[in-house]
Design a protein around this ligand. Structure first.
Ligand code: GAR
Length: 188
């Protein structure tokens, strides 16, 4: 029986697409559904191209969690992968999927994490800091933003000439290279 993974994404969804494509020739994992909190997020277009049903739940439905839990049960989901998902995961989901929900953060946690630190805000903060490296952190999800146990980190150099956009490009490359492999390693 393949393991069923639900992808949660709030925005462009390039990581979600990269993960689905990586596993397209691997029958251990299937991706029956993509879930978002934004009905106009580009991830829905990607989902259509990938022929995966995608659904939007409201902020209130995400803070309550019960409806989403029922939905995941209906799809017999085993694991949840956050790929650019910006809301807090409700406690009821964390309790129902212990160590079965992971997130990717576009910096080297514990630096540049927490509420409001997502996407461009993170890369801007790194550029402003003068740090000479950034990277990615893949971690289990708990009830606090970006505080779950770290599974994997990878680094890239940050040069004085880098801008938030060029840092974002370097970080995205690390995300595409490593997120699918880490999923395969921990659950495969
Ligand atoms: C990714 O860089 C991901 O690490 C980040 O959002 C981007 C989504 O890109 N996530 C966070 O900042 C979570 N705090 P994508 O939609 O193209 O995959």
């Amino acid at each position: 029986m393949p393991l069923k993974i639900a992808l949660f994404a709030s925005g462009s969804g390039s990581n979600a697409e990269n993960i689905v494509r990586y596993f397209s020739t691997n029958d251990k994992f299937v991706f029956p559904v993509i879930i978002s909190n934004k009905s106009n997020a580009f991830v829905h277009d990607r989902a259509r191209t990938l022929q995966i049903p995608s659904f939007t739940f409201s902020k209130d439905e995400f803070s309550d969690g019960e409806k989403i839990l029922g939905f995941l049960k209906q799809y017999e989901i085993d694991y949840v992968v956050l790929a650019g998902f910006l809301l807090k995961v409700p406690k009821v989901l964390i309790d129902s999927f212990p160590n079965k929900i992971i997130n990717i953060h576009p910096a080297l946690l514990p630096k540049y994490g927490g509420k409001g630190m997502y996407g461009h805000h993170v890369h801007q903060a790194v550029a402003d800091s003068g740090d000479t490296e950034s990277g990615i952190t893949i971690h289990y999800v708990n009830s606090n933003y970006d505080e779950g146990d770290i599974i994997f980190q990878a680094k890239c150099a940050v040069l004085p000439s880098d801008t938030p956009d060029t840092i974002a490009d370097k970080v995205h490359k690390l995300e595409y290279d490593f997120y699918p492999k880490v999923i395969e390693d921990i659950w495969g």
